[in-house]
Design a protein around this ligand. Structure first.
Ligand code: 6PG
Length: 472
């Protein structure tokens, strides 16, 4: 039998679908899974009749691949990835290439790229986004590593990726762990948008007393607009319309209000703190998940901490697409992207990733979870100015802020009075208000720091560094 073009380790849902995608695009494949029974059932099921062979162990797996070998690992991030690398590398030869398609921490990828490249193997840390369907039909892919390693997989990933106007949603991201860094930030933005949409649903339900179907109708309207047309808005409508087959009631209302997380949102926020980038909308979405996990405590606290939840305010009507909430959602989604892009720019500088913001916006336009029409505007903004300090000062986005800020203010003020948490909306409002304020009260912070700790300060009217003996 002739040697296969492509190898896959890890037959989870993503792995299965990615290998089917590769095979459909003309890359004969060989698959390996730790438990061979999984390989067998895949080959007898979804992989049946396709140019996909199985391997019982890693030695056989490697021997069935043409050289230089291209091996995609779709396994749990962390120790499992290191173990597979250790187990497979004795069988690899110079020039062979491992691709980690999991959600790995970018520093782990930095280390692995350095280790594997020093042994003359190629190593690519590749963010893959799009969930199971995307993996099968065309995901967005964010590969990082050496340029030479990327070139060895370019023909493969360009065919496998989603295509937007015939442009594949994959590009060389940069060296080291940059691919996984970009995927991490993608997920941070994803956390933000998920929370933003959930806050809008909560207001429509609690303030507007709207049914699931009515709220779904609003999401359907939003999905027709340039500002909000996106995959996450689309699936929100689907989730809200789904019924519990047992009683025909809204399924969403049966789900416990505790959101899980696997780490990428947390890593986004930790990186932002490390790099000194302000990402309050993204942080608020992460914190909202943390708060949601305190279910038992919240149930008890509701009994003793008074709330003013009967307060009603104008959230708009279905006819005007819930205008104030729509404004709040649009500005918060823009903030989520803007903060993510800021973080990418800072990381690019700090880690010498040389990220191309325009290309990143381009490859997020299809296949991935945060795909949206807004990315077209984001791409344009970075095309016009690759060094744009913040998305909010691009002309199109300035107009959005000026038009929609009253709506956001109305929603945050009203929600506060109604006692309804809107962490992403209120963080966004503070972010915009802080960013557009030329004089913040940090002069007083500086005074206090100098007063108790002689930390010194600078003055608006003179050059130099000053200290005052504040307490006589
Ligand atoms: C994707 C997703 C996917 C997953 C994340 C977030 O781009 O396909 O980002 O990778 O949804 O791991 O998951 P959590 O919400 O569980 O952290």
């Amino acid at each position: 039998m002739s040697k296969a073009h492509f190898g896959l380790v890890g037959l989870g849902v993503m792995g299965e679908n990615l290998v089917l995608n590769a095979e459909r695009n003309g890359f004969s494949s060989v698959v390996y899974n730790r438990t061979y029974s999984k390989t067998e059932s895949f080959l007898e099921g979804k992989g049946f009749g396709k140019k996909i062979q199985g391997a019982i162990d890693l030695k056989e797996f490697v021997s069935k691949l043409e050289r230089p070998r291209r091996i995609l690992m779709m396994i749990k991030a962390g120790g499992a990835t290191d173990r597979v690398i250790d187990q497979i590398s004795p069988y690899l030869q110079e020039g062979d290439l491992l691709i980690d398609g999991g959600n790995s921490e970018f520093r782990d990828t930095e280390r692995r790229v350095a280790q594997l490249e020093s042994r003359q193997f190629g190593y690519i840390g590749m963010g893959v986004s799009g969930g199971a369907k995307g993996a099968l039909e065309g995901p967005s892919m964010m590969p990082g590593g050496t340029k030479a390693s990327y070139e060895a997989i370019e023909s493969l990933v360009q065919k496998m990726a989603a295509q937007v106007e015939d442009i594949p949603c994959v590009t060389y991201i940069g060296p080291g762990g940059s691919g996984h860094f970009v995927k991490t930030v993608h997920n941070g933005i994803e956390y933000g948008i998920e929370q933003i949409l959930s806050e809008s649903y909560d207001l429509m339900k609690r303030v507007g007393n709207m049914t699931g179907n009515e709220i779904a109708d609003v999401f359907c309207q939003w999905n027709q607009t340039e500002e909000l047309s996106s995959y996450l808005v689309e699936i929100t409508e689907i989730c809200l319309r789904a019924k519990d087959p047992e009683d025909g009631k809204d399924l969403v209302e049966k789900i416990i209000d505790k959101a899980g997380q696997k780490g990428t949102g947390l890593w986004t926020v930790v990186s932002a703190l490390e790099l000194g980038v302000s990402v309050p909308t993204i942080y608020a979405s992460l914190n909202a998940r943390v708060m949601s996990s305190l279910k038992k405590e919240r149930v008890e606290a509701e009994k003793i901490l008074s709330s003013s939840s009967s307060f009603k305010f104008d959230i708009g009507t279905i006819e005007n697409s819930m205008a104030p909430i729509q404004d709040a959602v649009i500005l918060s989604c823009i903030a989520s992207y803007a903060q993510g892009m800021e973080l990418l720019k800072a990381a690019s500088k700090e880690y010498s990733y040389n990220l191309d913001m325009c290309s990143i916006a381009q490859i997020w336009k299809g296949g991935c979870i945060i795909r949206s029409r807004l990315l077209e505007r984001i791409q344009d903004a970075f095309y016009v100015d690759s060094q744009l300090p913040n998305l909010f000062i691009d002309k199109w986005f300035v107009e959005q802020v000026n038009r929609r800020l009253p709506g956001l203010v109305k929603v945050v003020a009203g929600a506060s009075q109604a006692g309804i948490p809107v962490p992403c909306f209120s963080s966004t409002l503070d972010y915009i208000n802080s960013y557009r304020t030329s004089r913040l009260p940090q002069n007083l912070v500086q005074a206090m720091r100098d007063c108790f700790g002689s930390h010194t300060y600078q003055r608006i009217d003179k050059e130099g560094t000053f200290h005052t003996e504040w307490i006589s």
